[in-house]
Write a new protein. Structure first.
Length: 222
């Protein structure tokens, strides 16, 4: 009725145009999640350290990143870094570095909330045993915080996957770019964007359903 022909996107076209973009989107999501959690945990510990020399820079970084749209950060980094170092670094590498740096601000707030959710009595107990701040966090607080925050971390990862479509702005070949390229070559842009939306929806809805099930199980354990 709408004149759509969804049959044009067969397996040959998917493997030729879409698969490489899909692989990059997954790689970007995984790297940005792992890097963001590591850097975000460090920022959270800096903000909770009680030392102004650590708290102030971490607070400025987190609040600054969370106040700027991701697409602007992607464009700034892609356009400004080459002028500083004197050579281009490529859209894919630029997107990866940008996502790690940006997502760290959000993972930092998740980790800070997780750390603060742990009873203060456990922190005092670790100190009473002679543990240093680092030992207390590494052996007592962080393992519990990670367990409590797993559903929230996974939810943020799903949002991160959706945001990977923004790298299209700098020409990186992601999942959306693959569908767009196929649609332009075969003259079916409407069908290509529709199928891209379906793929994003199925993946994100499926992952969200899994996260809800995980939340129920962790709630039962607690």
């Amino acid at each position: 009725m709408l004149g759509l022909d969804l049959s044009f996107l067969n397996w040959e076209i998917l493997s030729k145009f879409v698969m490489n973009g899909f692989i990059f989107s997954i790689q970007l999501t995984v790297i940005a999640t792992l890097g963001g959690i590591v850097l975000g945990t460090l920022l959270a510990l800096m903000r909770l350290s009680g030392k102004r020399v650590l708290m102030i820079p971490a607070t400025i970084y987190v609040n600054g990143m969370r106040s700027i749209p991701l697409v602007m950060v992607i464009l700034w980094f892609f356009l400004l870094v080459p002028t500083i170092i004197g050579k281009p670094i490529g859209a894919e590498l630029s997107a990866t570095i940008t996502f790690v740096a940006f997502e760290a601000a959000y993972f930092s707030e998740i980790m800070r909330a997780g750390i603060q959710s742990i009873s203060r009595g456990q922190v005092n107990a670790g100190r009473a045993l002679g543990m240093t701040y680092g030992q207390n966090m590494r052996l007592i607080i962080l393992p519990q915080a990670f367990r409590n925050m797993i559903p929230v971390l996974l939810t943020q990862t799903i949002i991160l996957f959706q945001d990977t479509s923004l790298v299209y702005a700098i020409g990186a070949y992601d999942l959306l770019k693959g569908f767009t390229t196929a649609g332009k070559i075969y003259g079916r842009p409407e069908e290509a964007y529709l199928l891209a939306a379906v793929v994003y929806f199925v993946m994100c809805y499926g992952l969200s359903f899994m996260v809800k099930q995980l939340q129920r199980r962790t709630a039962i354990i607690r």
